[in-house]
Design a protein around this ligand. Structure first.
Ligand code: GLN
Length: 530
């Protein structure tokens, strides 16, 4: 394996600028890596190897000509298939959009291209971003690079797995209820859901418009920040885009890593997002991460968010309601799959096409959402869910009066086996118990690796949440935590993991080195809540 695929995007960018390596070499190494491992991992639905090499060549030429290039010019990136790309199919992993090539780029994609990043291809996901395991993709699941029998998380399992398997240094994801943070947690990568309105949704195939946000996936906090700086900021094409200027996320990450200090930072541990239903090793690593934060000067306190208990119930009414409305446009008249039969009416054609084009989870949510929005039930379901959403927002407001950031484990468990929850929607939904509140309130959240669970040697994530518009705070605090842990580990988790070609024993990633796997403490059976 070429060493350069193990570099972070920031390192690669530096070496590109210094002329140590060309963009063609960088892209080729990643395309080769994809050819080598993706038959097993299946992170990609579409690989644009030739187009990527052609673009890389162009950037190398521009650099040689002395053109002024952005700091990330020439760095390859993977893009979740929920984002429209005018030169690659954009299917949201659904049959109904099979082969569809949009006439335009999503704004985040257009901004990446303008900054000189090189799209490698489109990554796998749960169909229309509905799921927590990528098993609801119409094109087959992605596998977790740490253990190919396990899920990579979802819906953005493809982007997270691509980054974790060194198929791309960075990727784009989308997060409606956790689809960036949860896959990051179970693959040992970093993922950020920005403040609602912080990154344009223009050209992001909509799941639930009041919850969706596009964000970065990476192996390092700084890399996520660098991508966030490129894709973020006002976009007149998205009516919910925040018009104000944003501080540099990369500057915040660099400042955090350089200072190594959390002095003066008040960290609130959400009591409702940790507890009995969480896997023992997840709780252990989380507790150790809190100790590290306290040792770095943070004031760690417990906070209450009583309405978070109901967030998941509210989410599974609001999301299907919005999704049923958003997905009504797939009528097979103007684009997408069309199932014709001689003599059938337009309506029958639409029904047949939707029957053939949507998978079971998508149908389940369309039916649920249509029901929740129907005249007689609107107040009882959708209306009450919106009231709960307000209560969740108030819990955040109250908590952020006491603390600067909130923390929890990113997920209740480590990666579970493929097949375990795919036929059990409730068990699948419960994976997002920790991540959903941030979407309901529109606040930003980051997931980053804090070690491996002693009982199964799989990655555990820490979630950090900040008030709306305070995304830079996530990067600052995240970079401090990352720097502290990497100092103990001797480097990034993913760059050294033995499952991924590294040389360290998984147990050395324990914050308490040498902790032996406790016998019989397996993954909690249902990844339950509390
Ligand atoms: N797993 C959650 C769901 O199924 C979140 C999905 C997402 O964030 N796109 O809705």
């Amino acid at each position: 394996m070429s060493e350069l695929i193990r570099w972070s995007a920031a390192e690669l960018a530096e070496r590109l600028t210094a002329g140590d390596v060309s963009s063609v070499e960088a892209v080729r190494a990643h395309v080769d890596r994809i050819a080598e491992v993706d038959p097993d991992v299946h992170a990609f639905l579409h690989v644009a190897g030739d187009a990527a090499l052609a673009r890389a060549e162009q950037i190398d030429r521009q650099r040689a000509d002395g053109a002024e290039l952005g700091p990330l010019a020439g760095v390859p990136i993977a893009i979740k298939d929920v984002l429209c790309t005018k030169d690659m199919p954009s299917t949201a992993a659904s049959r109904i959009l099979e082969g569809w090539i949009p006439p335009y780029d999503a704004t985040p994609v257009a901004r990446l291209r303008a900054a000189g990043l090189v799209p490698l291809g489109k990554t796998n996901m749960d169909e229309f971003a509905m799921g927590s395991s990528t098993e609801h993709s119409a094109y087959g699941p992605t596998r977790n690079p740490w253990d190919l029998t396990r899920i990579p998380g979802g819906s953005g399992g493809g982007s997270a797995a691509a980054v974790a398997a060194f198929e791309a240094p960075v990727a784009l994801g989308s997060d409606t209820g956790g689809s960036i943070r949860q896959p990051a947690a179970v693959t040992g990568s970093v993922g950020v859901k920005p403040t609602y309105g912080g990154v344009s949704r223009f050209g992001a195939i909509a799941l639930a418009s009041s919850l969706d946000q596009v964000g970065p996936v990476s192996r390092a906090v700084l890399d996520a920040a660098l991508i966030h700086d490129v894709i973020g900021g006002h976009d007149p094409l998205d009516a919910t885009s925040i018009p104000d200027a944003w501080p540099s996320m990369a500057a915040a990450a660099r400042e955090g890593a350089a200072s190594g200090s959390l002095a003066g930072v008040r960290v609130g541990v959400v009591r409702q997002l940790n507890g009995d239903g969480f896997q023992a090793g997840v709780r252990q690593r989380f507790a150790e991460a809190l100790e590290r934060m306290a040792a770095a000067g943070a004031e760690v306190v417990e906070v209450e968010a009583p309405n978070f208990e109901h967030a998941i119930s509210a989410y599974y009414l609001i999301l299907p309601a919005e999704a049923s409305s958003n997905l009504a446009k797939y009528d097979s008249v103007r684009f997408g799959l069309r199932v014709e039969q001689a003599g059938s009416t337009t309506e029958q054609m639409m029904a047949r096409s939707r029957e053939a084009g949507f998978g079971p989870e998508v149908k389940r949510r369309i039916i649920l959402g249509t029901y929740a929005l129907s005249a007689g039930y609107y107040d009882a379901y959708y209306g009450s869910a919106q009231q709960v959403r307000t209560l969740v927002q108030r819990d955040f407001d109250a908590a952020f009066e006491q603390v600067d950031v909130l923390v929890s484990p990113s997920t209740p468990t480590t990666a579970f086996p493929l097949g375990q929850k795919v036929d059990d929607p409730m068990a699948m939904y419960l994976n997002d118990v920790t991540t959903i509140p941030a979407n309901l309130a529109g606040v930003p959240g980051m997931g980053l690796p804090i070690g491996l669970a002693p009982e199964d040697g799989l990655p555990v994530g820490l979630q950090i949440m900040a008030p709306a518009r305070q995304d830079a705070r996530l990067y600052r605090v995240g970079a401090v935590v990352e720097a502290l842990l990497e100092a103990e580990w001797g480097g990034p988790l993913l760059a050294q993991a033995p499952q991924l070609g590294g040389t360290r024993s998984p147990l050395q990633f324990a914050a308490t080195p040498g902790t032996a796997p406790a016998a019989g403490t397996g993954t909690e059976p249902d990844g339950g809540t509390r």
